[in-house]
Design a binder for this molecule. Structure first.
Ligand code: ATP
Length: 507
C-alpha cells in the first residue's frame, strides 16, 4: 500500500468528530492492507514503529529534511525497510550512514508524508485516543469482539501483532494471545484522590501501600533468565544487575513482578529521584545501589494471575518475596489508612496508593481500583521556552516557561499548550547543564533573554496551588512552582490539562 493512502486516512480520521466514522475509515484501511503490511501500518498509525525507537531526534530530523517529492510513490513497506536500516546502523561511526538513510527516505516523501514521518519518528503523533479508536477498528476489520482485541493487545503490549492475528488468524489464535514471560505488558495505572478517606470510599476495603518515588519496574524471570522493563516497556536489564541477582534468588521458576525501584541512603531513607534515574541514564553511575520493592505479581510458574483478586496476588507475593514487598496494610478503616499514609510521609515517601482488594490487574488502564493520594500537588507540564539565568547561572538556560495541555482548544488551537507559569526553582546543577544543552537542540526561535523550544519536554512540577491571573491566557498562574524532575517516560500528549489546573481554583 502507498504511504499516501495511510496518511490520507489519518487526515480523514482527524477531520471528523464521529468516533464511528473514525473506526469505519481505519477498519477500511486495515482490510485493504496485505497481511505483511498490517503490523507495520498499525505501528505507523500510533507512532510506535514496529522497530521501537530508532533514535532520530529533532536536530537529525531537521538537517535531513530536504525538498519534498511531487508525487506519492513511497510504500508502507519502503518506510518499514528504511526504519530497519536505521535500527541496524547504530553505534559510533554510523551517524553519516543514518543521516543518508533518513535523507533518502524524506526526499522520496511528499510534503504531507514528510510531516507524517517526522511525527512518527519523534513520537509526536502518539496519542492514546487514536490507539483506542484503532483497537475498535481492528476488531471491526477482523470481525472479532473488541474486548478480545483489547485484551490481546494489552497482554502482548503489541497492537500491531494483535491486529495481524485478529485480521488473518482464527478466534482461538486471538484468544491464545496471553502473557508471555519475557514479553512486557502495559502496566496498570492509578487515578488520583485528594485524601485517603476519599480514596477508601471509592475502593472499599483496600490494600493501602506506600507510594515510593522511584522508577516503575516490571521484572520477568524464566529459569535463570531475568529481564527488566520500565513503565514505557523499554528494557533496562543491563542497567540493574543487583535487581537481576536478587530476583534469581526467589524460590520460583517463572514469574512476572510489578514494582518500583529506588536508591536508599544508609539511614534507609529514599535518596532524591534524580539519583535513581541516573542509573537508567547512559553514564550508569554505579555509586548508588537500587532496591526493588514489589507490589504485584502477574504470573507464577505457568499460571497467569491477572484475573485473580488483588488479595490473592498479594498472598502469592508474600510467599515468594516477603522481604521485598512494598510496605502497606489491608484495611477498610479510614483511621488505619491515614496512619499508613502518615508513616509513608514520615519515612520520606510520596504518599500512598489505595487499591481495592477484590480488583483484577487491568493492564494498561487508569481506573479507580488503584487510587494515589499525594499531599504535594504535582503536575506534568510541558516546557515552552526557557530564559537565560543571571548571577551564578549566567550562560545557563534557567527559568522555564510551563504549559498545560489544552486538548479541546478552549484557549487556542486544540492540542496546544497554554502557558501557566515560570520557575527556576528545584533545578540541580546537573539539570541546568542538561537543559541548557537540550533546549538549544530543540530551539525554534530566540530573543536576547529567551529560547523558545519545540513543546516536547515533560517536566513534573510541584505547586502549592493556582491563582487567578490576567497575565496568562488560561486565566490562572501556578503558585510556588518548583521542578521535581523531568519525565522522559511521558509524552507531551500525556501532560496535565489546563482544565485540571483550573479546577484547583475552585477547590
Ligand atoms: N505501591 C505502589 N503501587 C503502585 N504504584 C506505585 C506504588 N509505589 C509507587 N508507585 C508508582 O506510582 C505510579 C502510580 O501512579 P500512576 O499510575 O498515575 O503513574 P504515573 O503517571 O507515573 O504517576 P506519578 O507521576 O504519580 O508517579 C506507578 O506507575 C509507580 O511507578
Amino acid at each position: 500500500m502507498l504511504l499516501d493512502e495511510l496518511v490520507k486516512t489519518t487526515d480523514a480520521v482527524a477531520s471528523t468528530r464521529s468516533r464511528l466514522a473514525k473506526v469505519e475509515a481505519l477498519a477500511g484501511l486495515l482490510r485493504r492492507l496485505e497481511p505483511g503490511e498490517i503490523a507495520t501500518a498499525v505501528g505507523l498509525l500510533i507512532a510506535k514503529p514496529r522497530q521501537g525507537r530508532v533514535g532520530v531526534g529533532w536536530s537529525g530530523m531537521r538537517s535531513a529534511m530536504g525538498d519534498p517529492a511531487d508525487e506519492p510513490t513511497l510504500t508502507v513497506a519502503d518506510v518499514d525497510a528504511a526504519l530497519d536500516r536505521l535500527l541496524g546502523t547504530a553505534g559510533t561511526g554510523s551517524a553519516a550512514e543514518r543521516a543518508a538513510t533518513l535523507r533518502t527516505l524524506l526526499s522520496t516523501a511528499t510534503e504531507r508524508e514528510q510531516a507524517f514521518i517526522a511525527g512518527v519518528l519523534l513520537g509526536e503523533l502518539r496519542t492514546g485516543a487514536l490507539e483506542g479508536v484503532l483497537t475498535d477498528a481492528v476488531a471491526r476489520a477482523g470481525g472479532r469482539p473488541v474486548e478480545s482485541v483489547r485484551r490481546a493487545a494489552m497482554l502482548s503490549g503489541d497492537l500491531g501483532g494483535t491486529a495481524l492475528v485478529a485480521i488473518t488468524g482464527t478466534e482461538e489464535e486471538l484468544d491464545a494471545v496471553g502473557l508471555v514471560v519475557g514479553r512486557p505488558v502495559q502496566p496498570m495505572l492509578a487515578a488520583t484522590a485528594s485524601s485517603v478517606s476519599a480514596a477508601l470510599e471509592t475502593t472499599g476495603e483496600a490494600s493501602v501501600e506506600y507510594k515510593l518515588d522511584g522508577a516503575r519496574i516490571q521484572v520477568h524471570r524464566s529459569g535463570e533468565q531475568v529481564r527488566i522493563y520500565t513503565r514505557t516497556l523499554a528494557e533496562v536489564t543491563h542497567r540493574l544487575p543487583e535487581v537481576v541477582d536478587l530476583v534469581r534468588t526467589l524460590p520460583v521458576r517463572d514469574v512476572i513482578l510489578d514494582g518500583e525501584t529506588l536508591a536508599l541512603g544508609e539511614d534507609g531513607a529514599p535518596r532524591p529521584f534524580q539519583e535513581t534515574m541516573s542509573r537508567f541514564g547512559a553514564d550508569q553511575a554505579r555509586s548508588t545501589l537500587l532496591h526493588p520493592w514489589f507490589f504485584d505479581v502477574l504470573h507464577l510458574d505457568g499460571r497467569d494471575l491477572l484475573d485473580e483478586p488483588l488479595a490473592t496476588r498479594l498472598g502469592v507475593l508474600e510467599r515468594i518475596a516477603p522481604d521485598h514487598r512494598i510496605p502497606g496494610e489491608i484495611t477498610a478503616d479510614p483511621a488505619v489508612a491515614e496512619n499508613v499514609s502518615r508513616q509513608a510521609l514520615a519515612a520520606g515517601h510520596e504518599g500512598v496508593v489505595v487499591k481495592a482488594v477484590g480488583s483484577l490487574y487491568a493492564a494498561g488502564r487508569r481506573g479507580s481500583n488503584w487510587i494515589k493520594v499525594k499531599p504535594v500537588l504535582t503536575y506534568d507540564l510541558v516546557v515552552l521556552a526557557c530564559e537565560w539565568g543571571s548571577g551564578r547561572r549566567t550562560g545557563m538556560l534557567s527559568n522555564l516557561h510551563l504549559g498545560a495541555l489544552d486538548p479541546a482548544g478552549e484557549f487556542g488551537e486544540p492540542g496546544n499548550y497554554v502557558m501557566v507559569g515560570k520557575t527556576f526553582k528545584g533545578l540541580t546543577d546537573e539539570l541546568l547543564r542538561w537543559q541548557t544543552e537540550r533546549f538549544q537542540e530543540i530551539e525554534v526561535r530566540r530573543t536576547a533573554n529567551t529560547v523558545w523550544v519545540e513543546p516536547v519536554t515533560v517536566v513534573e512540577i510541584a505547586i502549592d496551588g493556582v491563582q487567578q491571573s490576567s497575565r496568562y491566557p488560561g486565566g490562572i498562574a501556578l503558585r510556588f512552582a518548583r521542578v521535581k524532575r523531568y519525565r522522559d517516560d511521558k509524552t507531551p500528549a500525556e501532560a496535565d490539562t489546563i482544565q485540571t489546573l483550573r479546577a484547583l481554583l475552585r477547590s
